[in-house]
Design a protein around this ligand. Structure first.
Ligand SMILES: Cc1cc2nc3c(=O)[nH]c(=O)nc-3n(C[C@H](O)[C@H](O)[C@H](O)COP(=O)(O)O)c2cc1C
Length: 345
Protein backbone atom coordinates (compact mmCIF):
# COMPACT_ATOMS: atom_id res chain seq x y z
CA UNK A 1 0.00 0.00 0.00
CA UNK A 2 1.30 3.45 -0.88
CA UNK A 3 0.41 6.93 0.24
CA UNK A 4 1.80 9.03 -2.61
CA UNK A 5 5.44 7.83 -2.79
CA UNK A 6 5.54 6.35 0.72
CA UNK A 7 5.66 2.61 0.36
CA UNK A 8 4.15 0.81 3.31
CA UNK A 9 4.35 -2.73 1.94
CA UNK A 10 1.61 -5.37 1.94
CA UNK A 11 -1.03 -5.23 4.70
CA UNK A 12 0.57 -2.41 6.70
CA UNK A 13 0.10 -2.12 10.45
CA UNK A 14 0.37 1.39 11.85
CA UNK A 15 0.95 2.77 15.34
CA UNK A 16 -1.98 5.06 16.23
CA UNK A 17 -1.40 8.64 17.36
CA UNK A 18 -1.85 8.78 21.15
CA UNK A 19 -1.36 11.76 23.44
CA UNK A 20 1.39 11.20 26.04
CA UNK A 21 1.97 7.69 24.65
CA UNK A 22 3.52 7.87 21.18
CA UNK A 23 6.67 9.78 22.05
CA UNK A 24 9.75 9.45 19.91
CA UNK A 25 11.31 6.59 21.92
CA UNK A 26 8.20 4.44 21.75
CA UNK A 27 7.71 5.18 18.05
CA UNK A 28 11.27 4.06 17.31
CA UNK A 29 10.79 0.77 19.10
CA UNK A 30 7.50 0.14 17.33
CA UNK A 31 9.13 0.79 13.96
CA UNK A 32 12.01 -1.54 14.75
CA UNK A 33 9.55 -4.24 15.76
CA UNK A 34 7.49 -4.07 12.60
CA UNK A 35 5.14 -1.06 12.62
CA UNK A 36 4.86 0.07 9.00
CA UNK A 37 4.40 3.72 9.98
CA UNK A 38 4.09 5.60 13.27
CA UNK A 39 2.13 8.71 14.28
CA UNK A 40 3.00 11.43 16.74
CA UNK A 41 0.50 12.41 19.40
CA UNK A 42 -1.70 15.24 18.19
CA UNK A 43 -0.22 18.71 18.32
CA UNK A 44 -2.50 21.67 19.03
CA UNK A 45 -2.48 24.04 16.05
CA UNK A 46 -3.22 27.08 18.24
CA UNK A 47 -0.28 26.34 20.53
CA UNK A 48 2.08 25.90 17.59
CA UNK A 49 1.02 29.18 16.09
CA UNK A 50 1.57 30.84 19.48
CA UNK A 51 5.04 29.21 19.57
CA UNK A 52 4.45 27.37 22.81
CA UNK A 53 7.78 25.70 23.54
CA UNK A 54 6.32 22.49 24.99
CA UNK A 55 4.28 21.97 21.84
CA UNK A 56 7.30 22.48 19.60
CA UNK A 57 9.07 19.68 21.43
CA UNK A 58 6.39 17.31 20.12
CA UNK A 59 7.62 17.97 16.59
CA UNK A 60 10.92 16.21 17.13
CA UNK A 61 11.28 13.28 14.75
CA UNK A 62 14.23 11.09 14.00
CA UNK A 63 15.24 9.81 10.59
CA UNK A 64 15.35 6.23 11.84
CA UNK A 65 11.63 6.22 12.68
CA UNK A 66 10.51 7.22 9.20
CA UNK A 67 7.94 7.00 7.74
CA UNK A 68 6.40 9.09 10.51
CA UNK A 69 3.23 11.14 10.48
CA UNK A 70 2.73 14.27 12.56
CA UNK A 71 -0.85 14.95 13.52
CA UNK A 72 -2.43 18.29 14.30
CA UNK A 73 -5.87 19.57 15.25
CA UNK A 74 -7.65 22.83 15.70
CA UNK A 75 -10.91 24.66 15.30
CA UNK A 76 -9.84 27.65 13.26
CA UNK A 77 -8.83 27.11 9.62
CA UNK A 78 -6.22 29.90 9.67
CA UNK A 79 -4.48 28.40 12.69
CA UNK A 80 -4.53 24.84 11.32
CA UNK A 81 -3.18 26.05 8.00
CA UNK A 82 -0.36 27.99 9.68
CA UNK A 83 0.38 25.09 12.01
CA UNK A 84 0.62 22.77 9.00
CA UNK A 85 3.24 25.06 7.48
CA UNK A 86 5.22 25.14 10.75
CA UNK A 87 5.06 21.35 11.09
CA UNK A 88 6.21 20.71 7.55
CA UNK A 89 9.06 23.20 7.75
CA UNK A 90 10.20 22.19 11.25
CA UNK A 91 9.75 18.43 11.36
CA UNK A 92 9.65 17.43 7.68
CA UNK A 93 7.22 14.60 8.44
CA UNK A 94 6.45 12.00 5.80
CA UNK A 95 2.74 12.67 6.28
CA UNK A 96 0.68 15.44 7.84
CA UNK A 97 -2.41 13.99 9.48
CA UNK A 98 -5.45 16.04 10.51
CA UNK A 99 -7.36 14.93 13.59
CA UNK A 100 -11.14 15.07 13.37
CA UNK A 101 -11.70 12.24 15.81
CA UNK A 102 -10.65 13.28 19.31
CA UNK A 103 -13.74 12.89 21.53
CA UNK A 104 -12.51 14.50 24.76
CA UNK A 105 -14.49 17.47 26.01
CA UNK A 106 -11.68 20.01 26.03
CA UNK A 107 -11.21 19.34 22.27
CA UNK A 108 -14.50 18.07 20.78
CA UNK A 109 -16.59 20.26 23.09
CA UNK A 110 -14.94 23.30 21.53
CA UNK A 111 -15.66 22.11 18.01
CA UNK A 112 -12.21 20.70 17.21
CA UNK A 113 -11.29 16.99 16.81
CA UNK A 114 -14.48 14.92 16.63
CA UNK A 115 -16.41 18.16 17.13
CA UNK A 116 -15.84 18.75 13.41
CA UNK A 117 -18.21 15.87 12.70
CA UNK A 118 -20.95 18.36 13.57
CA UNK A 119 -19.61 20.92 11.13
CA UNK A 120 -18.49 18.88 8.12
CA UNK A 121 -18.27 21.98 5.88
CA UNK A 122 -15.69 23.46 8.24
CA UNK A 123 -13.81 20.16 8.31
CA UNK A 124 -13.68 20.06 4.51
CA UNK A 125 -12.62 23.71 4.35
CA UNK A 126 -9.70 22.97 6.68
CA UNK A 127 -8.64 19.93 4.63
CA UNK A 128 -8.77 21.94 1.39
CA UNK A 129 -6.81 24.83 2.84
CA UNK A 130 -4.14 22.63 4.37
CA UNK A 131 -3.79 20.65 1.13
CA UNK A 132 -3.43 23.89 -0.82
CA UNK A 133 -0.83 25.16 1.64
CA UNK A 134 1.46 22.14 2.14
CA UNK A 135 0.13 19.44 -0.19
CA UNK A 136 2.93 20.10 -2.67
CA UNK A 137 5.47 19.01 -0.05
CA UNK A 138 3.69 16.31 1.95
CA UNK A 139 0.58 14.12 1.65
CA UNK A 140 -2.23 15.36 3.88
CA UNK A 141 -4.31 12.60 5.50
CA UNK A 142 -7.33 12.54 7.82
CA UNK A 143 -8.31 10.55 10.91
CA UNK A 144 -11.89 10.59 12.10
CA UNK A 145 -14.76 8.57 13.60
CA UNK A 146 -18.02 7.15 12.25
CA UNK A 147 -20.03 10.22 13.22
CA UNK A 148 -21.01 12.37 16.16
CA UNK A 149 -23.71 10.17 17.64
CA UNK A 150 -25.90 7.26 16.63
CA UNK A 151 -28.83 9.15 15.06
CA UNK A 152 -26.25 11.14 13.12
CA UNK A 153 -24.86 7.98 11.56
CA UNK A 154 -27.29 8.16 8.65
CA UNK A 155 -28.14 10.96 6.24
CA UNK A 156 -30.77 11.23 3.51
CA UNK A 157 -29.31 10.00 0.26
CA UNK A 158 -29.28 12.60 -2.53
CA UNK A 159 -31.32 10.31 -4.79
CA UNK A 160 -34.34 10.05 -2.53
CA UNK A 161 -35.49 8.33 0.59
CA UNK A 162 -32.67 5.83 1.01
CA UNK A 163 -30.39 6.67 3.86
CA UNK A 164 -26.62 6.56 3.48
CA UNK A 165 -24.26 6.01 6.40
CA UNK A 166 -22.88 9.42 7.27
CA UNK A 167 -19.24 8.27 7.13
CA UNK A 168 -19.68 6.79 3.64
CA UNK A 169 -20.86 10.16 2.35
CA UNK A 170 -18.32 12.13 4.36
CA UNK A 171 -15.43 9.93 3.19
CA UNK A 172 -16.15 10.88 -0.43
CA UNK A 173 -16.06 14.57 0.48
CA UNK A 174 -12.84 14.11 2.46
CA UNK A 175 -11.29 12.47 -0.59
CA UNK A 176 -12.56 15.23 -2.88
CA UNK A 177 -11.09 17.84 -0.51
CA UNK A 178 -7.66 16.39 -1.24
CA UNK A 179 -6.90 13.98 1.61
CA UNK A 180 -4.61 11.18 0.41
CA UNK A 181 -5.65 8.58 3.01
CA UNK A 182 -8.43 8.25 5.56
CA UNK A 183 -8.26 6.53 8.94
CA UNK A 184 -11.59 5.62 10.50
CA UNK A 185 -11.96 4.68 14.16
CA UNK A 186 -15.11 2.53 14.22
CA UNK A 187 -16.89 4.46 16.96
CA UNK A 188 -18.95 7.63 17.17
CA UNK A 189 -17.93 10.57 19.28
CA UNK A 190 -20.65 9.87 21.82
CA UNK A 191 -19.34 6.34 22.27
CA UNK A 192 -15.96 7.76 23.34
CA UNK A 193 -14.10 4.48 23.98
CA UNK A 194 -17.08 2.38 25.13
CA UNK A 195 -18.76 -0.53 23.37
CA UNK A 196 -17.16 -2.30 20.45
CA UNK A 197 -15.73 -0.69 17.36
CA UNK A 198 -18.08 -1.18 14.38
CA UNK A 199 -15.99 -2.30 11.43
CA UNK A 200 -18.96 -2.86 9.11
CA UNK A 201 -19.19 0.84 8.33
CA UNK A 202 -15.43 1.02 7.77
CA UNK A 203 -15.87 -1.86 5.31
CA UNK A 204 -18.71 -0.02 3.63
CA UNK A 205 -16.51 3.02 3.05
CA UNK A 206 -13.86 0.75 1.55
CA UNK A 207 -16.37 -0.96 -0.74
CA UNK A 208 -17.69 2.35 -2.10
CA UNK A 209 -16.47 2.27 -5.73
CA UNK A 210 -15.97 6.04 -5.66
CA UNK A 211 -13.29 5.75 -2.99
CA UNK A 212 -9.77 5.61 -4.38
CA UNK A 213 -7.63 6.70 -1.43
CA UNK A 214 -6.34 4.13 1.09
CA UNK A 215 -8.71 3.38 3.97
CA UNK A 216 -7.05 2.65 7.30
CA UNK A 217 -9.24 0.79 9.79
CA UNK A 218 -8.89 1.40 13.51
CA UNK A 219 -10.52 0.17 16.68
CA UNK A 220 -10.04 -2.69 19.16
CA UNK A 221 -7.27 -4.62 17.39
CA UNK A 222 -5.32 -6.47 20.07
CA UNK A 223 -3.66 -9.34 18.21
CA UNK A 224 -2.59 -10.72 14.86
CA UNK A 225 -5.79 -12.72 14.24
CA UNK A 226 -7.93 -9.62 14.63
CA UNK A 227 -5.66 -7.66 12.31
CA UNK A 228 -5.90 -10.45 9.73
CA UNK A 229 -9.70 -10.48 9.97
CA UNK A 230 -9.77 -6.70 9.48
CA UNK A 231 -7.93 -7.13 6.17
CA UNK A 232 -9.81 -10.26 5.09
CA UNK A 233 -13.35 -9.34 6.14
CA UNK A 234 -13.41 -5.58 5.66
CA UNK A 235 -10.88 -5.11 2.89
CA UNK A 236 -9.08 -2.18 4.51
CA UNK A 237 -5.76 -1.07 3.05
CA UNK A 238 -4.05 -0.83 6.45
CA UNK A 239 -4.89 -1.29 10.11
CA UNK A 240 -3.96 1.01 12.97
CA UNK A 241 -3.37 -0.17 16.52
CA UNK A 242 -3.71 2.03 19.60
CA UNK A 243 -4.29 0.95 23.17
CA UNK A 244 -3.06 -2.62 22.73
CA UNK A 245 0.45 -1.26 22.18
CA UNK A 246 0.82 0.18 25.71
CA UNK A 247 3.95 -1.35 27.20
CA UNK A 248 3.91 -3.87 24.35
CA UNK A 249 5.80 -2.55 21.33
CA UNK A 250 6.41 -6.18 20.30
CA UNK A 251 2.72 -6.42 19.33
CA UNK A 252 3.83 -5.35 15.86
CA UNK A 253 6.07 -8.44 15.59
CA UNK A 254 3.21 -10.59 16.86
CA UNK A 255 0.84 -9.16 14.24
CA UNK A 256 3.42 -9.40 11.43
CA UNK A 257 4.03 -13.04 12.34
CA UNK A 258 0.34 -13.82 11.77
CA UNK A 259 0.06 -11.71 8.61
CA UNK A 260 3.30 -12.94 7.06
CA UNK A 261 3.26 -16.52 8.34
CA UNK A 262 6.56 -16.03 10.18
CA UNK A 263 7.51 -17.07 13.70
CA UNK A 264 9.50 -14.92 16.07
CA UNK A 265 10.72 -16.29 19.37
CA UNK A 266 9.64 -13.68 21.91
CA UNK A 267 10.82 -14.72 25.37
CA UNK A 268 10.14 -12.78 28.57
CA UNK A 269 13.86 -11.92 28.68
CA UNK A 270 13.70 -10.49 25.18
CA UNK A 271 10.62 -8.40 26.06
CA UNK A 272 12.29 -7.05 29.17
CA UNK A 273 15.27 -6.05 27.05
CA UNK A 274 12.89 -4.31 24.64
CA UNK A 275 11.44 -2.27 27.51
CA UNK A 276 14.97 -1.36 28.61
CA UNK A 277 15.74 -0.26 25.08
CA UNK A 278 12.58 1.84 25.06
CA UNK A 279 13.61 3.50 28.32
CA UNK A 280 17.01 4.23 26.85
CA UNK A 281 15.63 5.66 23.60
CA UNK A 282 13.06 7.84 25.36
CA UNK A 283 15.69 9.28 27.67
CA UNK A 284 18.30 9.69 24.95
CA UNK A 285 15.90 11.35 22.49
CA UNK A 286 14.00 13.54 24.98
CA UNK A 287 15.75 13.90 28.35
CA UNK A 288 15.93 11.88 31.55
CA UNK A 289 13.11 13.64 33.36
CA UNK A 290 10.54 13.72 30.58
CA UNK A 291 11.70 10.45 29.04
CA UNK A 292 10.96 8.71 32.33
CA UNK A 293 7.55 10.40 32.58
CA UNK A 294 6.70 8.98 29.17
CA UNK A 295 7.91 5.47 29.88
CA UNK A 296 5.96 5.21 33.15
CA UNK A 297 2.65 4.84 31.38
CA UNK A 298 4.06 1.93 29.38
CA UNK A 299 5.60 0.22 32.38
CA UNK A 300 2.34 0.56 34.33
CA UNK A 301 0.33 -1.03 31.52
CA UNK A 302 2.76 -3.60 30.17
CA UNK A 303 1.24 -7.08 29.84
CA UNK A 304 4.69 -8.47 30.66
CA UNK A 305 3.99 -7.82 34.34
CA UNK A 306 0.28 -8.72 34.37
CA UNK A 307 -0.71 -11.39 36.83
CA UNK A 308 2.64 -11.58 38.65
CA UNK A 309 1.74 -12.21 42.31
CA UNK A 310 2.65 -9.51 44.86
CA UNK A 311 3.84 -7.18 42.16
CA UNK A 312 2.28 -4.02 43.62
CA UNK A 313 5.37 -2.71 45.43
CA UNK A 314 7.59 -3.33 42.41
CA UNK A 315 5.11 -1.51 40.18
CA UNK A 316 5.07 1.45 42.54
CA UNK A 317 8.89 1.47 42.66
CA UNK A 318 9.00 1.44 38.83
CA UNK A 319 6.61 4.36 38.69
CA UNK A 320 8.60 6.32 41.25
CA UNK A 321 12.06 5.73 39.82
CA UNK A 322 13.66 8.97 38.68
CA UNK A 323 16.78 7.82 36.89
CA UNK A 324 17.58 5.46 34.07
CA UNK A 325 19.96 3.50 36.30
CA UNK A 326 17.35 3.02 38.99
CA UNK A 327 14.82 1.74 36.47
CA UNK A 328 17.35 -0.69 35.01
CA UNK A 329 18.16 -1.95 38.53
CA UNK A 330 14.50 -2.65 39.23
CA UNK A 331 14.02 -4.44 35.91
CA UNK A 332 17.13 -6.58 36.48
CA UNK A 333 15.97 -7.46 39.99
CA UNK A 334 12.62 -8.71 38.72
CA UNK A 335 13.99 -10.46 35.65
CA UNK A 336 13.96 -13.97 37.24
CA UNK A 337 10.39 -13.45 38.50
CA UNK A 338 9.20 -12.22 35.10
CA UNK A 339 10.90 -15.17 33.41
CA UNK A 340 9.42 -17.68 35.83
CA UNK A 341 5.94 -16.15 35.50
CA UNK A 342 6.10 -16.34 31.71
CA UNK A 343 7.21 -19.98 31.83
CA UNK A 344 4.26 -20.90 34.03
CA UNK A 345 1.74 -19.02 31.93
C1 LIG B 1 -4.40 7.73 25.69
C2 LIG B 1 -4.93 7.94 24.30
C3 LIG B 1 -4.54 9.06 23.58
C4 LIG B 1 -5.01 9.27 22.28
N1 LIG B 1 -4.57 10.35 21.59
C5 LIG B 1 -4.94 10.50 20.28
C6 LIG B 1 -4.38 11.54 19.48
O1 LIG B 1 -3.54 12.36 19.92
N2 LIG B 1 -4.80 11.61 18.17
C7 LIG B 1 -5.70 10.72 17.64
O2 LIG B 1 -6.04 10.82 16.47
N3 LIG B 1 -6.23 9.73 18.37
C8 LIG B 1 -5.85 9.60 19.66
N4 LIG B 1 -6.33 8.54 20.38
C9 LIG B 1 -7.19 7.55 19.70
C10 LIG B 1 -6.36 6.41 19.11
O3 LIG B 1 -5.51 6.89 18.09
C11 LIG B 1 -7.28 5.32 18.50
O4 LIG B 1 -8.06 5.90 17.49
C12 LIG B 1 -8.21 4.70 19.53
O5 LIG B 1 -7.52 4.40 20.73
C13 LIG B 1 -8.87 3.43 18.99
O6 LIG B 1 -7.92 2.47 18.64
P1 LIG B 1 -7.58 1.19 19.62
O7 LIG B 1 -8.89 0.51 19.90
O8 LIG B 1 -6.62 0.36 18.85
O9 LIG B 1 -7.01 1.78 20.88
C14 LIG B 1 -5.90 8.35 21.69
C15 LIG B 1 -6.30 7.22 22.42
C16 LIG B 1 -5.83 7.01 23.70
C17 LIG B 1 -6.26 5.78 24.44
Amino acid sequence: MNIRNIQLGPRPVLLAPMEDVTDIGFRLLCRRLGASMVYSEFVAADALVRSVNKTFQKLKVSDDERPVAIQTYGRFPDAVEDAAEIIVETAHPDILDLNFGCPVKRVAGKGAGAGMLQTPELMLDIIQRVVRRVGDRVPVTVKTRLGWDVPGLYIDAPDGGKRTPFIVDLAEHIQDAGAEALTIHGRTRSQMYTGQADWTLIGEVKRNPRMKIPIIGNGDITNGEQAKRAFDDFGVDAVMVGRATFGRPWIFREIRDVLDGTTTDMSADWKLDILKEQIHESIERIDEYRGILHIRRHLAASPLFKGIPNFRDTRIAMLQAETEEHLYDILEQIRPIVREHAEQA
